[in-house]
Design a protein around this ligand. Structure first.
Ligand SMILES: Cc1ncc(COP(=O)(O)O)c(C=O)c1O
Length: 446
């Protein structure tokens, strides 16, 4: 067998190439270069995503399953979007379905699973999660389902695994947990959570929305039952996507209209999809593959794996090639992002009036993504975000729907947290600009 591409990677990301792909990064604000540290709320998109959406409208715009050219092209494009997502997550394309966003897909699944649950059955959720992985399960309380909430360790915002073990009982039917926290960046030990859920006979539902731009996902290796993510967080359009094990997608009954097919994967997709955005999704995933291929070619002098080459290969080979290229991309992304995160966190914790939430010990950085949350004394997160925004630095303030967490940390009533989210197109200059601005704000006092 050939050596997987990911093991051959040893060069840093070609950041000039990366940034040249994203036209929006060239913006300025009040004379300052725009610094996009708002990735956790949605990332920027490469030019090819914009082109793919436009091309769809120009060449394929139609509804599905018609006996004419544009409809056939739409069908083919949707099939290619499923294949691309299947390569990203490592599953079969009929285990992928799309929707407007993760929240809508999760409510729909929770409703479908809820049909099978009895009063007294239990679901476990966590304090660390976005409310989109809490509220859909809490909605089942109307049917008598008991929802148990797993706590965190407050000092570093990691999941309390002892508490999790105690909250999985013989009545537990599903454990819903995030892969990574969108508020403080903790990576949860999802493989262990899935193992514990299965040992109790429960299903494991993973919210990978925040993890997807930062690390590779392998649903087969994880053995999760369901996994959701949102392409607009990983350089694609505003969409949601769900993986489900085939056996579950066949067994549970979605709410659907009668004429719609009961075949997989369509039975889980209600109504007409946003075809143009699915076209953009294919381009986003091919961007990731090309990032892997480009950087590999860059490091070895081998140019056979250039942009665009993956999509032209025969089906099986292309699938393996794209998956391997995606893994290579994530390898480079992870290295670059965590180099920036280390620089940023070191600078942040040295600011005297700043309180840092989450993992700050470099020895534990394997357990975080480069999303951080802070507060400055005597400044609300909104004031800090506004100050930064005027300097062209885009951050986020509030709870970003991680409401359980901001309540648990006692910051909800005073404006939540200031979230700074690095992704792979950010630079060390941008991190330094952020640190300078925060130092300036902190030095101003009240
Ligand atoms: C971790 C996490 N889960 C779920 C969601 C909800 O995703 P969507 O906007 O696709 O419904 C978000 C959005 O910010 C998120 O960060």
């Amino acid at each position: 067998m050939s050596t997987p591409i990911v093991q051959q990677w040893h060069k840093p990301l070609d950041l000039d190439w990366v940034r040249s792909q994203f036209p929006s990064l060239r913006q300025t604000v009040n004379g300052h270069p725009a610094t996009f540290l708002d990735g956790p709320a949605g990332t920027q998109v490469p030019q090819r995503v914009i082109d793919a959406v436009r091309d769809y409208y120009e060449q394929s715009n139609a509804n599905t399953c018609g006996a004419f050219a544009t409809s056939r092209r739409s069908d083919a494009m949707i099939a290619s979007a499923r294949t691309a997502m299947a390569d990203l997550l490592n599953c079969s394309s009929d285990e992928i379905h799309f929707g407007p966003n993760m929240t809508t897909l999760t409510f729909a699944l929770a409703h479908a699973i809820g049909r099978e649950l009895q009063p007294g059955d239990e679901v476990a959720v966590t304090t660390l999660d976005h409310d989109a992985n809490v509220a859909p399960w809490r909605a089942l309380e109307e049917r008598g389902v008991v929802v148990r909430q797993v706590d965190i360790h407050e000092e570093d915002c990691t999941l309390d695994m002892e508490d999790l073990r105690s909250k999985i009982t013989p009545r537990t039917r599903l454990v819903a947990v995030g892969y990574a926290s969108n508020a403080v960046g903790t990576i949860n030990p999802v493989a262990e959570v899935i193992r514990l859920a299965h040992a109790a006979g429960a299903l494991a539902f993973i919210d990978a929305v925040h993890y997807a731009p930062h690390g590779p996902i392998d649903v087969r290796e994880l053995d999760c039952d369901f996994l959701v993510c949102s392409p607009y967080k990983f350089f694609g359009p505003h969409l949601g996507c769900m993986y489900g094990k085939r056996e579950h997608l066949l067994r549970f009954r979605p709410y659907k209209v009668r004429p719609a097919t009961d075949a997989l994967p369509d039975r889980w997709e209600t109504g007409t999809q946003t075809h143009e955005l699915l076209a953009g999704l294919v381009a986003a995933i091919d961007y990731l593959a090309d990032l892997g291929g480009h950087s590999l070619a860059n490091s070895s002098g081998d140019t056979t794996f250039r942009a665009g080459s993956v999509v032209d290969q025969r089906a099986v080979e292309a699938k393996i090639a794209r998956r391997e290229a995606i893994l290579a991309a994530y390898h480079g992304i992870r290295h670059h992002e965590m180099t920036l995160a280390a620089r940023m966190i070191k600078g942040l914790v040295e600011i005297p009036s700043l309180r840092f939430f989450g993992i700050s010990d470099p020895a534990c950085f394997a357990d975080r993504v480069p999303t951080v949350a802070v507060r400055l004394a005597n400044r609300t997160p909104l004031e800090a975000a506004t100050f930064l925004g005027e300097r062209g630095i885009f951050t986020w303030d509030g709870n970003y729907y991680a409401l359980n967490l901001t309540e648990r940390l006692g910051v909800e009533k005073s404006g939540g947290l200031l979230r700074i989210g690095v992704v792979h197109y950010n630079t060390s200059d941008e991190v330094d600009r952020l640190l300078d601005a925060l130092r300036e704000l902190a030095a101003r006092g009240t």
